[in-house]
Design a protein around this ligand. Structure first.
Ligand code: FAD
Ligand code: PYC
Length: 417
């Protein structure tokens, strides 16, 4: 790893950051790999890292049509938590949480993982019933989860309007103290650097335009920039573009791609030291270490591949935020953007083999996959290495939509959809 002295840093600042050593190589693709990962977001990069680290499979390419982490990984609001209702998903997200807890050390890269706690607010009696049910289920799974009344919430967030005058008064919340946020770009960069150091080829600006299939099995991919690249196994981790890749392979996924947007304010002094989410009023908020308020919305209701959202959704979300935090009414918003999220009918991911032999998909994380990044990569790497689903991935086979064994997590999804 490159090290800089104080003098080195000053020199780079004064030379307009020229001649920096690259953090990963930019190799020409080989003719053939043991594993090809399509999609260089956090999940694809984590998969490559764990393939190399845990399974000693280093003849791996990650093929990314844009730049590493430039999809939803760079566009999300970075909330990490594991308080899901059903055992299958609680185990998967808690597996990820445990990996998060040692990940900066593991990658030797500061991911700014900050366990500042997450509150999921309840505004109606039914919300509170659901919160109690989920908190009890979490605790049975050994996950730190508490049900708070309005006073308990007020103690944690004094600036939240918990009065009975609010349009949707806060009745209480679920509280996960180990939950929090992480720096999203750093997650992509940390996995990329570590995977590259173990020999994984990271190939950017290379779009997969077809999945090559012979006798019912994949043999690799066709790309727009580098032609055919052969692979013994192919793993597609392309989030909002999953339906497009599945169509190339000749099958359909039960996935809808929706815009999901977020926005940040001008930076202000530290005022909010936890994450507050409200599914009921469709808004959630945290404050970044830089001082911006990071605000997220519900999905835009229509399908689309545009990485932008509509104005009414943002307007609705800001109304909700100002109702909850009247003191933010004078804060100016700086930037707004959107990603394309891949939503499944049961609000759970797909980590699965497919009708095509040696072709695997990891997708359907929808509005909530950032928190799963290390866990998803870890179990998908094992699935690709062995050719059979990791135990934690088994409930998330795409074939659950054939037999009806769905895992409905709409209640625990970060944003309503
Ligand atoms: P991506 O990061 O999207 O990576 C997929 C990659 O595949 C992209 O880089 C894309 O360019 C590439 N690709 C696509 N097609 C091709 C092709 N044909 N050839 C080559 N490459 C291709 N989750 C949370 O847990 N917490 C949150 O707070 C949260 N907030 C969110 C807020 C917003 C506004 C959005 C949009 C999402 C949010 N999410 C959140 C969801 C989360 O961002 C995603 O679930 C997660 O980042 C998905 O990671 P990924 O690596 O699978 O996908
Ligand atoms: O899944 O926690 C979540 C989330 C928050 C915002 C978007 N997704």
């Amino acid at each position: 790893m490159q090290k800089y002295s104080g003098f080195g840093l000053l020199k780079h600042a004064l030379t307009y950051h020229e001649n920096w050593q690259r953090v990963w190589r930019s190799p020409k693709p080989k003719k053939k790999y043991d594993v090809i990962i399509v999609g260089g977001g956090g999940h694809g990069l984590a998969t490559a890292y764990y393939l190399a680290k845990e399974h000693n499979i280093t003849n791996v390419a990650v093929i990314e049509k844009g730049y590493l982490g430039g999809g939803n990984t760079a566009r999300n609001t970075t909330i990490v938590r594991s308080n899901y209702l059903w055992d299958e998903s609680a185990w998967l997200y808690e597996h990820a949480m445990k990996l998060w807890e040692g990940l900066s050390q593991d990658l030797n890269y500061n991911l700014m993982f900050s366990q500042r706690g997450v509150l999921n607010l309840g505004h109606t009696l039914q919300d509170m019933r659901d919160i109690h049910r989920r908190v009890n289920a979490n605790r049975l799974n050994g996950i730190d989860s508490y049900a708070l009344d309005a006073q308990g919430v007020q103690e944690i967030v004094p600036i939240l309007d918990c009065s009975s005058n609010a349009r949707y008064p806060v009745l209480g919340a679920s509280w996960q103290p180990r939950a929090g946020v992480a720096r999203h770009d750093a997650v992509a960069w940390g996995f990329a650097r570590a995977a590259d150091a173990m020999g994984v080829d990271l190939i950017q600006q290379c779009e997969v335009s077809d999945i090559l299939i012979e006798d019912g099995a994949t043999v690799g991919v066709k790309t727009k920039q580098h032609g055919t690249i052969l692979g013994e196994r192919v793993g597609c981790v392309v989030a909002g573009n999953s339906g497009v890749l599945a169509e190339m392979a000749g099958f359909k996924l039960p996935i809808e791609s929706h815009p999901l947007q977020a926005l940040v304010s001008e930076p202000i002094r530290p005022i909010l030291d936890t994450v507050v989410m409200s599914n009921h009023v469709h808004g959630y908020i945290s404050q970044s270490d830089k001082g911006d308020l990071v605000i997220g919305a519900g999905i835009d209701g229509y399908n689309g591949y545009g990485q932008r959202g509509s104005y009414p959704t943002v307007e609705h979300t800001l109304q909700a935020i100002v109702e909850m935090f009247p003191m933010f009414s004078r804060v100016r918003m700086n930037r707004q953007w959107g990603g394309i999220v891949d939503t499944c009918p049961d609000a759970c991911p797909i980590i699965s083999d497919t009708p095509v032999e040696n072709l695997f998909f990891n997708c359907g994380w929808g509005t909530g996959g950032f928190k799963a990044t290390p866990g998803s990569g870890h179990v998908f790497a094992a699935t690709l290495a062995k050719g059979v689903a990791h135990d934690l991935a088994k409930p998330f086979s795409m074939f659950r939509f054939h037999n009806g064994a769905l895992v409905d997590e709409h209640g625990a999804a970060g944003v309503a959809h």
